[in-house]
Design a protein around this ligand. Structure first.
Ligand code: FES
Length: 300
């Protein structure tokens, strides 16, 4: 199946309106579970989004089941060709590792899906359903292997592998074409020299303010003598931070609630995983001027 075919499949899925209530149901259910868990739920969510990693956790975890099940598929082929229907501990172990990894991939994927609200494409639901069916096939294959029914177990595993491969391609399409899970902050053309963005008198105390210079959107907050500046386009899915909420030392995105530290752009709460670009600020001739600093807090 070529990438063009996958794009075509994803496009057809996006026209399927009946998937919307399914997507809403999944998001609402997962959201309600996390909400019921309160602050602990937020911590678990941050962990599963990959806020601590600086990039999304889900694509990293999916390598576990895909890799393990690839090993199992190859070993099963070798056994089938050699007519070996006895126990194969390596193949069976790979199926088991894949099942454990699939649980992690499902939980992190559902968490990301819940965190992307109405921007979630319908193809994400199909991606999840395919993985669910594939995991069911692998679970049954695992049971049959324990019973010694190796021939049907191999067929089930190969069928599961076909579904997982299709699903992984749809997941890749979501990332590369629809830019789900990639950094949406503006990081090109950040000013390396002091650049005026706004008269200082336009900045009210403790209010979020958007300024724009040469297409670059900047978030400014004045706190007494201090002025803080971050990239205004949210790194998660491009939300307008200036329309969000000022909370103590953080700004909260209006779209999906990611929170960033005003001082340094670090992610405090996901679903965002990438930090906001931050800027040095000075006042010159009544103008607020900014200059780019390193965009990643860990570079400091
Ligand atoms: S765009 Fe999703 S949290 Fe900002």
């Amino acid at each position: 199946v070529s990438q063009e075919d996958i794009k075509g499949i994803a496009d057809v899925i996006e026209t399927q309106e009946w998937l919307t209530p399914v997507a809403d149901g999944v998001q609402n259910t997962v959201g309600a579970i996390y909400a019921a868990a309160g602050p602990v739920g937020q911590k678990v969510k941050n962990f599963l989004h990959g806020t601590w990693l600086g990039h999304p956790l889900h694509p990293a975890i999916t390598d576990v089941p895909v890799g393990a099940w690839t090993v199992a598929a190859v070993l099963d082929v070798v056994d089938a060709v050699q007519g070996n229907n006895g126990k194969n501990a390596t193949a069976d172990g790979a199926i088991s590792i894949g099942l454990v990894g699939a649980v992690g991939a499902a939980v992190s994927g559902l968490t990301d899906y819940q965190g992307s609200g109405s921007q979630s494409p319908r193809a994400g639901v199909v991606h999840g359903l395919l993985n669910l069916v594939a995991t069911g096939l692998y679970t049954y294959s695992w049971i049959l292997r324990r019973r010694g029914d190796r021939v049907p177990a191999r067929y089930l595993a190969w069928a599961g592998y076909g579904l997982v491969s299709l699903s992984a391609n749809i997941g890749g399409e979501l990332t590369y074409s629809q830019r789900i899970g990639v950094d949406h902050a503006q990081r090109e053309g950040l000013p390396g020299e002091w650049t005026a963005v706004l008269p200082v008198e336009d900045l009210a105390e403790n209010q979020l303010k958007r300024a724009e210079v040469d297409g670059l959107k900047v978030l400014l907050v004045r706190r007494g003598e201090k002025i803080l500046a971050l990239g205004e386009v949210c790194s998660h899915l491009g939300g307008p931070l200036a329309e969000g909420e000022l909370q103590d030392n953080c700004v909260k995105c209006p779209w999906h609630g990611s929170r960033f530290e005003l001082e340094n752009g670090k992610v405090v709460d996901g679903p965002a995983t990438y930090p906001q670009p931050k800027f040095e600020v000075r006042i010159q001739n009544g103008q607020v001027e900014i200059k780019s600093t390193r965009s990643k807090p860990e570079d400091d």
